[in-house]
Design a protein around this ligand. Sequence first.
Ligand code: GLP
Length: 237
Amino acid sequence: MKVIKCKDYYNVSRQAANIISAQIIMKPNAVLGLATGSTPVGTYDQLVRWYDKGDLDFSEVTTVNLDEYRGLSGTHEQSYRYFMNKHLFDRVNVRKDHTFVPDGLGEPKAACAEYDRLIERLGGIDLQLLGIGNNGHIGFNEPDTAFETMVHIVDLKQSTVEANARFFRSIDEVPTQAITMGLKSIMQAKKILLVAAGKKKMDILQKSLYGPVTPDVPASILQLHPDLTVIYTESEE
Ligand code: GLP
């Protein structure tokens, strides 16, 4: 595992964007696993800046996102499809039909199986970007998720619903279920890039990277990945 400590959020975003752009330069038709949450926003902004300068080309890239809320359509402002369109896909030359987000409205079993098959058909994920939840979740794999899970439906923990309520008008509007890549789906990515920012993430990051590997801390499984890069800052700026 490679751990890079940065002085602030801007540098976390630049370093992460550097690794993603190196991946695209090495393999223009790369399959990128992407993440939502506030942490990767700066990374996407940086990629867009380089795209605008003419340094990056997404025309052959395919993207697969980690997760989606159950019950929200892609046009809902808090859906992860909407988030990705707004922060990245609408701002670069990726082909929209090469961008995939799990189906939050489909019949659960079929939607999960279809997403597993999609990742397999694409030949797996070359580089998976991850944030980390306050309780150590990655994607929406909450504590106590079995390590061997593939794409599945989850009941969100109350603490996750509360953490994500800041994006909704009221907590009652926050979906209580999601469809997410499982820990096994994530671990099968060829490379993993985890970004974390701010003091409140430091304790869970420490536990994830150096504590026991246990389903109590879903991100702890990343310790076993052969190509993990972690980029973080303690700074709130
Ligand atoms: C959500 C997402 C995760 C993300 C987490 C942390 O729960 N499903 O993928 O890592 O939020 O988000 P933030 O970066 O805003 O702290």
